[in-house]
Design a protein around this ligand. Structure first.
Ligand SMILES: C[S+](C)CC[C@H](N)C(=O)O
Ligand SMILES: N[C@@H](CCS)C(=O)O
Ligand SMILES: [Zn+2]
Length: 328
């Protein structure tokens, strides 16, 4: 399954407790917006770390209630350069990053204190995954779905971009790291090399988006991308996030052939992000009822971690959790 590495047992234990496949939460920014948050901003969902941290906690609690075994923090588009360009100091930016982990840990502990000891409850004590969005997410120009970073962006630049945030998030004590919507091989390599260089001791997953259902958004094959990640002992799981759900089954099968690492999938609803207009365009959408069937198929094809990304909601996660728990 891909847990051959030492020190990575928290995730493996959770997957075992969850019956062989653990449930990740759903669209985080989506749920902030459904509560009225306005995030049309270069910081996107990370704006709420400044404006409304209580809402962040509320959304985490809603996903726990829905059956999520893993909470992904609000740090997807929280970056030090992003906070600096908003006029915050380095210390303030770092403190907001730490706060993203703290809010999720507090929600997890509150929920577990209330529900964990109730006889017959169907919950697991959730893990907190610190979200690390791609460089393209920080650029806020939709390039997490194209992988086009331009010729001046090289390996060192990507590592420099990710390094301090990674260090600060790890210092805050999450259970794992979630690299999200990585669109090309170069950034996957940068993330894997950083995990080695920083000697990270918690599990991590690295997830790619995909626009064609076969390759990374850059057009590079997943064989090339996974070749690099397979060589790293620090990468615990690999997979797909924020790609349309109708691509997922064949991608799980493809990944099964390309890696022995655990496979993680949390697609969006099928809507397409218009990076210029900053809105979701309707497209082949999956309703929650469809997630019931497909989640078990993804599990049966080999996925070990399943959840939802943008435009999925607690109702989606409730459906997935119920389907996986019933049929495990
Ligand atoms: C996952 S996308 C919808 C996040 C938002 C994007 N990085 C932007 O700022 O436009
Ligand atoms: N964890 C982020 C991912 C965006 S692609 C969110 O759910 O908002
Ligand atoms: Zn998404």
């Amino acid at each position: 399954m891909g847990f051959e590495n030492g020190g990575m047992s928290s995730l493996e234990d959770l997957i075992d407790k969850a019956g062989g496949c653990a449930v990740i939460d759903g669209g985080f920014a989506t749920q902030l917006e459904s509560h009225g948050a306005s995030i049309n901003d270069p910081l996107w969902s990370a704006l709420c770390l400044i404006k409304d941290p209580d809402l962040i906690k509320k959304v985490h609690l809603e996903y726990l209630e829905a059956g999520a075994d893993i909470l992904v923090t609000s740090s997807y588009q929280a970056t030090i350069p992003g906070f600096l360009s908003r006029g915050l100091s380095l210390e303030e930016g770092q403190s907001l990053l730490k706060k993203s982990v703290k809010l999720a840990v507090e929600a997890r502990d509150k929920f577990w204190d209330a529900k964990g000891s109730v006889p017959g409850n169907s919950y697991n004590r959730a893990l907190v995954a610190a979200s690390i969005g791609s460089y393209g997410a920080y650029l806020a120009d939709g390039s997490e779905y194209s992988g086009c970073y331009g010729p001046e962006v090289n390996l060192d630049k990507l590592k420099d971009f990710h390094r301090r945030r990674l260090q600060v998030l790890v210092e805050a004590g999450p259970d794992l790291l979630a690299f999200e919507t990585i669109p090309n091989k170069l950034e996957a390599q940068a993330c894997a090399e950083l995990l080695e260089e920083e000697n990270i001791q918690i599990p991590s997953w690295i997830c790619f988006s995909s626009m064609d259902g076969e390759n990374a958004p850059s057009g590079e094959s997943f064989m090339e991308c996974l070749d690099i990640l397979n060589k790293s002992e620090k990468v615990t799981a690999v997979g797909i996030n924020c790609a349309p759900p109708h691509f997922v089954e064949s991608l799980v099968c493809k990944f099964k052939q390309l890696t022995t690492k655990a496979i993680v999938v949390y697609p969006n609803s099928g809507e397409i992000w218009d990076g210029r207009a900053k809105k979701w365009l309707p497209s082949k959408c999956f309703g929650d009822d469809k997630f019931e069937t497909v989640a078990t198929r993804w599990r049966d094809s080999g996925a070990k971690l399943i959840g939802g990304c943008c435009r999925t909601t607690p109702a989606t996660i409730r459906t997935i959790s119920k389907a996986l728990k019933e049929k495990s």
